[in-house]
Every structure is written in structure tokens, then in C-alpha cells.
Design a protein around this ligand. Structure first.
Ligand code: FMN
Length: 162
């Protein structure tokens, strides 16, 4: 792939993957996104737990993937806390970077998509892809789809689309 023409001098092409996981499901999906994205040598890929992710991580990212679960019909608390923390700082910095949502859910996921989309659109960040919802136990197919998401996001950054 080629170097993004959209990047200025000194800026890096970086995909930020932020995840919150209790049982390990979202962690394994985030890891698959990471592995897929890492295939593109022109793009730096940063994997952060939501509790550790900062506005500085977001500031240096060309795009973000948020991987989180649905809990009680809403975005999981750890992911919500991350968005709460960066919301005003991101607005202040005009961080209009594109994002992708990957939701792990027992049987629904729509509430988590609604919550995350609503908060991110308020910054306002734009959705780079349709939200991906993985229902039930994480399967090999889910992991492959997550890796494909990572590849697609990295390719978009590399080509200067994001
Ligand atoms: C407290 C709790 C509430 C949950 N609520 C929902 C829910 O409302 N809808 C749903 O589809 N799955 C629900 N689930 C299932 C989780 O979304 C699912 O197990 C997911 O894979 C958890 O990922 P994580 O452990 O990596 O955070 C819930 C799980 C827990 C522990």
C-alpha cells in the first residue's frame, strides 16, 4: 500500500483500537482487529484498554475502532467511561476522526450501538463502517470478521481515505 497523502509532515498513520472486556470476549475481538490491521506495515496500530486510553491516544489516531459489549441494554460501563472522559476534550480539539464499532452481545447489541453512536456523533465523529455486532460466544468467524475490519480500517488510513 502507499503512504497516505492526507497526512502532514510528522503525523503518523495510526489506527487506535480501544476495548473494554470483562469475560475476554471483547479482548479477543480487539486482538483480532489488531492482528488484521498490523498486516499493513504503513499503519501503526495501537491497542488500548478503555481504562488506559487517553485523549492523547485519540489525538494521534487517524481512525478508531471501539470494541465493547452490551450490558443491560446499553454500552458497557468501561467503554462508556472512556467516551465520557474524552467527549469534551475531543470537541475542544476538533477530533473529527472516523470510527468503527464492534459490539459483542449475548443476543442483541442494538442498545450498545445506539449509545456509542449517539456519543460519538456528538463530538462529532463519523462512522467509517456499519456497526458490527457479534452475538453469542465469540467464534472463529467472528474473529475473522474482526480481523477483516482491522484490515479495512488500516487500508483506509493507508490510502488516505480517513
Ligand atoms: C451484566 C451483563 C449484562 C449483559 N447484558 C446484555 C444485554 O443487554 N444484551 C446482550 O445482548 N447481551 C448482554 N450481555 C452479554 C454480553 O454482552 C456478552 O457476554 C459479551 O460477550 C461480553 O463481553 P465482555 O465480557 O468481553 O465484556 C450481558 C452480560 C453481562 C455480564
Amino acid at each position: 500500500m502507499f503512504k497516505s497523502p492526507a497526512l502532514g509532515e510528522g503525523m503518523s498513520a495510526t489506527l487506535l483500537i480501544v476495548y473494554h472486556s470483562q469475560s475476554g470476549s471483547c479482548a479477543s475481538l480487539a486482538g483480532a482487529v489488531y492482528r488484521g490491521a498490523r498486516e499493513d506495515a504503513n499503519v501503526q496500530t495501537v491497542l488500548r484498554r478503555a481504562v488506559d486510553a487517553s485523549i492523547a491516544d485519540l489525538e494521534s489516531a487517524s481512525a478508531m475502532a471501539l470494541v465493547a459489549a452490551e450490558n443491560a441494554g446499553h454500552l458497557s460501563g468501561g467503554a462508556k467511561a472512556f467516551l465520557d472522559r474524552v467527549f469534551y476534550p475531543a470537541i475542544a480539539r476538533d477530533l473529527l476522526i472516523p470510527y468503527a464499532l464492534l459490539i459483542s452481545a449475548g443476543n442483541d447489541g442494538s442498545g450498545a450501538v445506539r449509545d456509542a453512536s449517539r456519543m460519538l456523533s456528538g463530538i462529532p465523529m463519523s462512522a467509517a463502517t456499519e456497526p458490527m455486532i457479534c452475538k453469542g460466544e465469540v467464534t472463529g468467524l467472528h474473529l475473522e470478521q474482526a480481523a477483516d475490519l482491522g484490515r479495512a480500517l488500516a487500508a483506509g488510513i493507508d490510502m488516505g481515505i480517513f
